[in-house]
Design a binder for this molecule. Structure first.
Ligand SMILES: [Zn+2]
Length: 351
């Protein structure tokens, strides 16, 4: 079967190859991928920055964002049937307390596996396997947008964690700042909009770019940071940092209101920052402010993402599908690794 694979650790190794079909074990479903999406993680893996092949293999099938149909499954335990549309979650648990409690996204040991990233093949393949208990069934009316569910699960986790942390006091948030307008920044923007926030979303594209227009369509305000300084935007109850840029993250921290909270979702390059850290810390103390990091998402966040996709489709019809800007066939995979600046989400279609 045709699969897109990389040799982890080897820069630019992505290629299309025929590999052996996977054989599902007793608890696994055999999947026929319909559509896979690509994000920064996939690009980083092809740049040799990280990624681990399955034990005994030198190559790794890529892609962790996937919509598939079920080709075979033991339906008794899962309620799933052949032909169902599903999205697999990415991470599989190790034996730590959090993993055993359904919170593999909060793993303390780091011995988890991740499809398309760490020790488990991804889904850019004519056939794939997944533990059937980590498949999320997709209703018919969300099939077109379900390939966006994995990035949505990251936004869901961040926002859910914010509300849980903020139970520490009486809190009625109104204004949110989203730093970054890639797929995660856009989905975070839309999610905060349906939760009733006044949202400002910051990136460096022009105001007539697709990203800016999608932000505006959701009723949020798009800010081009090349034209407007963030100091002029006022202060915020919630900041979602999706850029991975140290200077931008520090700016976001400074824009928190008293009792405000910033969620860090980026991967930050090594940087010796020359800022007055003392006044940043004092500002956090005197304002009861919180900074926290959030990574990955367990199945519950995929499920809440589906509910919010339904709400978004109803409130802003056509908005989510516009995020899928490039559709490639399997043989066009190289273009997925060279996205243009105007691309939002690139997918590969299997049929
Ligand atoms: Zn664990």
């Amino acid at each position: 079967m045709k699969s897109i694979i990389v040799t982890p650790g080897k820069k630019g190794s992505v290629r299309l190859e025929d590999i052996a079909e996977p054989v599902p074990s007793a608890n696994e479903a055999l999947l026929k991928p319909v559509r896979v999406g690509f994000d920064r993680t996939d690009l980083d893996i092809n740049d040799g920055m990280y990624g681990t092949p399955p034990p005994g293999s030198e190559s790794l099938v890529v892609a962790h964002e996937c919509l598939a149909t079920i080709a075979s499954v033991d339906g008794g335990s899962t309620g799933l049937s052949v032909g169902d549309y599903v999205v697999p979650t990415v991470r599989r648990p190790d034996g730590c307390l959090n993993c055993r409690s359904g919170e593999s996204d909060m793993c303390t040991e780091g011995n988890y596996e991740e499809h398309g990233i760490k020790e488990l093949n991804g889904f850019a393949s004519e056939l794939a396997v997944s533990d059937a208990s980590f498949l999320v069934k997709i209703p018919d009316d969300l099939i077109d947008v379900a390939v966006l569910l994995e990035p949505m699960s990251i936004a869901e986790k961040g926002v859910t964690q914010i509300y849980r942390i903020q139970q520490r006091m009486v809190w009625q948030p109104k204004r949110a700042l989203v730093l970054g307008a890639g797929p995660l920044g856009l989905l975070t923007t839309f999610l905060l909009r349906i939760k009733g926030f006044e949202v400002y979303t910051v990136a460096t594209r022009s105001k007539d770019s697709l990203k800016a227009r999608l932000v505006a369509e959701s009723g949020a305000t798009y800010v081009n940071a090349d034209e407007q300084h963030l100091d002029n935007l006022g202060t915020f109850d919630v900041v979602m940092e999706d850029t991975g840029v140290v200077g931008v993250a520090l700016e976001g921290l400074k824009l928190l209101k008293p009792n405000g909270i910033i969620c860090m979702l980026g991967i930050y390059g090594s940087k010796q920052a020359s800022v007055d850290v003392g006044s940043v810390f004092t500002g956090m103390v005197l304002g009861n402010k919180t900074l926290f990091g959030s990574v990955n998402a367990n199945k519950s966040y995929f499920e809440s993402g589906l509910k919010d996709f339904s709400a978004l489709q109803e409130r802003y019809p056509g908005l989510l599908p516009k995020m899928i800007t490039t559709r490639l066939g399997l043989s066009g995979y190289q273009q997925a690794y060279q996205p243009s600046k105007e691309d939002v989400k690139t997918v590969i279609e299997f049929r």
